[in-house]
Design a protein around this ligand. Sequence first.
Ligand code: FAD
Length: 141
Amino acid sequence: MLKQLIYASQATRSMSDDDLLKILRVSRERNQLHRITGMLVYRDAIFLQALEGEDSELEPIWASIKADSRHWNIVEMRYVPVTKRDFSDWSMAFVNMSERDLDSIPGYSAFLAEDFSPEGLRAKPGLARDFLLDMKYYNQP
Ligand code: FAD
């Protein structure tokens, strides 16, 4: 069964470009192998990620992600069956918002200022998904 997972977490320390690249490199390679697609956003030591794939392939990757010491306070906000993928073109799309002036994206400035923490995002799972969907247009290769 095809499922989509969305979670937020806090980095255990501020991530350098190199740290983020390492996460991305491994993610893209392993996701491609298991037909997992998704989107990762990083902003001020907060991760927001969507992952989608067959649940038998998604579950072990989700277990690895949850066990990863590079982040904590992992809040699952959506893990549901879906009929189609939102991020079918990307083994893991990525936006590092710390490096870009994206805080004034129309419709999201209050969300980014007030809610961009695992707890804040948990309270607004629908908005978190909409935000990830809009962020795919800012994907960094
Ligand atoms: P191993 O590579 O054997 O690593 C075991 C543990 O060592 C990890 O859990 C971690 O705690 C630690 N570790 C590994 N590399 C480093 C490092 N460079 N620095 C510090 N500690 C390290 N993986 C995916 O496959 N798909 C994803 O979409 C995905 N998204 C991620 C998103 C975030 C925010 C983070 C932090 C990690 C993500 N990962 C993702 C990586 C994932 O957590 C695993 O490290 C990876 O899948 C390899 O799994 P493994 O069981 O072989 O772990």
